[in-house]
Design a protein. Sequence first.
Length: 112
Amino acid sequence: MTDALQPATVDANGNITAHGRGGLSLVLTFQNADGSARDVSALTMYFEVAGAVRVALGAGATSDKRTLALTRTQVASIGSGRRDFAVIDETATPDVIWAGSISVKGYTDAPA
């Protein structure tokens, strides 16, 4: 029996897990401290993994959502194991609004 490839996931602590041979596509939802929807539609936001990846977040379907998309090559560049990441609002003074770790599981190299 084989396990099916699992899509990228975010756990209850905000950490991301992705498979090394796939890209990553997530819809991120932002909330204020009171749990209400946070309007992030006008913010300039980036996802960064130190020394590996820096990508702008895409627009979301509603004002409290943004999209994170990484190519297969970008996921592979993160490497195996767990690395720290940050989502940064760079509209004015850079502000980290989400931080966690990303873990790339499985292999990253194409079969020969």
